[in-house]
Design a protein. Structure first.
Length: 179
């Protein structure tokens, strides 16, 4: 048995596809009895039918990027921000990120396409500068379009009036109230 024919009856990629009528012709040429031929063709037809469980799978949900910023001292304004998700080498300081974007933008603006359509803002650079220019500056853009940044005080609410702490078991509640 070949590696592609795993016994589950499904086509696994590296075997050539063949029409069932051609299989029937080959079997007829080799003088297979009509009753046996009919049973073989019926079984092949059952095997090649698609699995209904595979067809019923819903399409994957579309996702978006969100940046969650920890702000326990509430130094940031209450408004929401937008920004980009980037990567730089682990050994480098995050403070060098803007310089890296500037370097990639300068390289792009010096190219033929950059001279025709130069970028003038950080947003334009992130969205329009090809990855090769930014990669040379050792910055990798993970989201070309701005994503929403949300603030958090970095605490899980446990106020008994508004939230229930599900970690507490029912038999511990009276003991805690009595003590």
């Amino acid at each position: 048995m070949s590696p592609a024919a795993c016994g589950d009856g499904r086509y696994h990629g590296n075997m050539p596809k063949i029409e069932i009528c051609k299989v029937a012709e080959v079997l007829q040429k080799n003088h297979i009895e009509p009753a046996v031929l009919r049973r073989i063709i019926e079984e092949i037809n059952l095997v090649v039918q698609p699995d209904p469980a595979e067809e019923a799978a819903p399409p994957p949900a579309k996702k978006q990027w969100v940046i969650l910023i920890s702000d326990p001292d509430q130094r940031l304004p209450k408004d929401d921000f937008t920004g980009w998700v980037l990567q730089i080498p682990e050994s480098e300081s995050p403070a060098t990120t803007l310089d890296r974007i500037f370097r990639g933008a300068y390289d792009f603006n010096a190219s033929k396409r950059g001279r025709l359509l130069p970028v003038t803002t950080v947003g334009e650079a992130i969205e329009n500068v090809p990855a090769k220019h930014l990669k040379e500056a050792e910055v990798w853009v993970k989201s070309k379009t701005p994503v929403l940044m949300l603030r958090t005080d970095n605490r899980i609410p446990t106020d008994d009036a508004n939230h229930i702490d599900h970690r507490r078991r029912d038999d511990e509640a009276p003991a805690a109230a009595a003590g």
